[in-house]
Design a protein around this ligand. Structure first.
Ligand code: HEM
Length: 422
């Protein structure tokens, strides 16, 4: 990779590598500039290894579809400073802290994905719909009980998907605060409120969080091996590959992946959707008047918030992409939030429209690693908003909201709202 060719200007690179910029308009301004002027360019920031920044919907689809050429296991799958990348490499012998699905390539990836793919299909998820609705109703009751105002993030958006995912992983409600803290520490190494306390070194903090998760899930795995049921926890704990039982590391990695991927993202999209409704009262009125629009609203809320801002890929061979020469070993940042505002794909891409159709957003990724939990996330959000919208007749902001500080997975961390109850 020669950073002299296709360079991205320093002021744009500074935004891409500032975790706080992902919480406001700066990242969207930078993406807009990149799509128009350098849709596939090289960022070469001080303290980082250089990487390609892929901002067009079409290029992200090409990379994601071609997962033998653009791999997930060779280098970190989220942006890291060069120091952190080297320390992680030294600490884990290049293997990473976990053997998670998102970091696997052929031949392991399809084998491990097939293990739970059926469980996450819409047909199978029908069996948990009653449970999801009961949890959503309890949060709608909470909204009604809090007398016309609440912090939507801490009172509703964080707890609801956490309860759903923990119930499918067999975690008791008493242990949820611990799971929430660990997930926030996992994604929040750069956030002053969420970073692990007492550990200033990001790599060491991440390693401690993963060990604590591991210790916790070990007891769930042991339990499901002795007392299997038909839940997802039992499917993972009792998996067999080529006649051999799943290793403890693989089982724990699977649990941690689902625990972390499964609720923070859904919380962020739910809170992002509520924030958008507060700022677009005409869209709220339309939704209230016609609840059949809720599934379309859910997709638009996910496009609008795009909680996973990027994943990285590594080129396995020299190739060409969008007219640029890519060399073996090059690192590429797939900017999903940019793809989701791409003017070439979305009409009026900066507008929040609950009846947008088609809505071909890439918030769940694309290709072989397409989000395994996408139907679950959409089911949860649809049911949550069906329940909430029955209770309220109007909603608005009740003070300033705030976003988490992260260039990887981010979303609202505070959203004070005021609403009228029916
Ligand atoms: C993969 C986003 C909800 C589990 C992914 C990927 C994205 C994503 C972008 C692609 C990773 C890649 O290409 O490397 C989201 C968003 C969600 C959400 C925006 C909510 C709105 C969930 C839920 C679960 C889940 C609810 C499970 C309970 C997974 C897993 C993978 C994944 C296991 C890895 C799939 C693979 O590598 O084959 N997700 N996700 N996600 N997601 Fe989600």
């Amino acid at each position: 990779m020669s950073a002299a060719n296709f360079p991205i200007p320093e002021n744009i690179v500074a935004v891409l590598t500032d975790p706080a910029a992902y919480g406001d308009h700066r990242i969207f301004d930078a993406y807009r500039w990149l799509r128009a002027n350098q849709p596939l360019g090289i960022a070469n920031p001080r303290g980082f290894n250089p990487f390609w920044v892929v901002t067009r919907h079409t290029d992200i689809q090409v990379v994601s579809q071609n997962n033998q050429l653009f791999r997930s296991s060779d280098r970190p799958i989220a942006l890291m400073s060069s120091k952190a990348e080297a320390r992680m490499e030294a600490a884990t012998g290049g293997k990473g802290l976990l053997r998670s699905l998102v970091q696997m390539d052929l031949p392991d990836h399809p084998k491990f994905r097939a293990l739970t793919q059926k469980w996450f299909t819409p047909g199978n998820l029908r069996s948990i719909e009653g449970n999801v609705r009961a949890i959503a109703k309890s949060y709608a009751d909470r909204l009604a009980a809090s007398g016309g105002h609440c912090d939507f993030v801490s009172d509703i958006a964080l707890g609801f998907p956490l309860r759903v995912v923990m119930s499918i992983l067999g975690v008791d409600a008493d242990d949820e605060p611990k799971m929430l803290r660990l997930t926030q520490e996992f994604f929040g190494t750069k956030d002053p409120d969420n970073a692990r306390k007492g550990q200033n070194d990001g790599v060491a903090a991440l390693s401690d969080v993963v060990s604590e998760f591991g210790e916790f899930f070990f007891s769930v795995v042991t339990n499901r091996r002795v007392n299997p049921s038909d839940d997802l926890a039992s499917v993972i704990a009792n998996a067999q590959f080529d006649g051999e039982p799943i290793s403890d590391l693989d089982a724990l990695s699977y649990f941690v992946t689902i625990a972390t991927a499964g609720h923070d993202t859904t919380s962020s999209s739910s809170a992002g959707g509520m924030w958008a409704l507060c700022e677009h009262p005409e869209q709220f009125a339309k939704l209230k008047a016609n609840p059949a629009l809720i599934p379309g609203f859910v997709d638009e809320a996910i496009r609008w918030s795009t909680p996973v801002k990027h994943f990285m890929r590594t080129a396995a061979a020299d190739t060409e992409l969008g007219g640029r020469p890519i060399s073996r070993g090059d690192w590429l940042m797939l900017c999903y939030a940019s793809a989701n505002r791409d003017e070439a794909v979305f009409q009026d891409s900066e507008a929040f429209r609950i009846d947008r159709s088609p809505n071909r957003h890439l918030a769940f990724g694309y290709g072989a690693h397409l989000c395994l939990g996408q139907y679950l996330a959409k089911l949860e959000m649809r049911i949550l908003f069906e329940e909430l919208l029955q209770r309220i007749s109007s909603v608005e902001l009740d003070g300033a909201g705030a976003m988490t500080v992260s260039w990887f997975v981010n979303g609202p961390k505070r959203l004070p709202i005021r609403y009228q109850l029916h």
